[in-house]
Ligand binder design. Structure first.
Ligand SMILES: [Mg+2]
Length: 235
């Protein structure tokens, strides 16, 4: 008998590669924006992009977990000078954001993820705990999960405890019977472990665990996941 009843998962860099996803979404959004406006826009370097984001967060700290609003404000930053009418501008920003979000959901799952989730969903409660703004219900895997919690839902980012507390509240399953799976040593592994939640670390690149002398159970490929989990937590 497994002592695990609930398995929660991170999304970005756990189910798919986020860097290539965002780069594509960004590229296509820029093209869409320029086509709409009919002008070439100076987007700046990646450092400029990050600088704009951190300035916006400084002005409004809630943007740290409200990625949707942060994205809209970034779009507005680059495009507001092309609009004279405020309503038109607001509509444009909404539309541009919608376009970005659609592109952001064009993900390529790591091999085996969906098969593993399908198998697990018949035996365990499954949940999503993400700091990002991907929505499993837009990805044809929503039906496999009992719930999904984003930073916006709890106004906080992992490794803070709020995602985990909400998961316990929604599932009514104790931390000792919960397993959290994610790629991030701090946000996922330490965040969960500090609360007494069992953890498995998705370590795609096989990097060293450097945070303490107690490396988590780890896997590199989704095809290893179920065996490894059953070996460590029973089936
Ligand atoms: Mg992640």
């Amino acid at each position: 008998m497994s002592r695990i009843q609930l398995i929660t998962f991170d999304l970005d860099d756990t189910f798919w590669d986020i860097r290539s996803t965002i780069i594509n979404a960004e590229k296509n959004s820029r093209k869409w924006t320029e086509d709409r406006i009919g002008k070439k826009i100076k987007w700046g370097t990646f450092e400029d992009f990050m600088e704009i984001r951190s300035e916006l967060i400084k002005e409004d700290p809630s943007l740290e977990y409200d990625l949707g609003m942060l994205r809209k404000k970034t779009i507005a930053y680059h495009t507001n000078k092309y609009f004279k009418n405020k309503n038109n501008f607001d509509d444009f920003v909404e539309e541009a954001y919608k376009f970005f979000l659609k592109e952001r959901h064009k993900v390529t799952f790591y091999e085996g993820v969906v098969k593993v989730l399908e198998k697990l969903s018949s035996q365990y409660k499954l949940g999503v705990l993400t700091n990002g703004n991907a929505d499993v219900n837009k990805l044809n895997i929503g039906h496999l999960f009992n719930f999904s919690i984003s930073s916006m839902d709890v106004k906080s980012n992992k490794p803070n405890k709020h995602h985990f507390l909400r998961a316990r509240e929604l599932s009514q399953i104790n931390f000792e019977n919960t397993l959290h799976v994610g790629d991030h040593p701090v946000n996922d592994v330490l965040g969960a472990r500090d609360l007494g939640i069992n953890t498995m670390w998705f370590n795609l690149n096989g990097v060293e665990w450097e945070l303490d002398d107690n490396p988590p159970i780890q896997f590199k490929q989704w095809s290893e996941f179920i065996d490894l989990m059953e070996k460590n937590y029973g089936s």
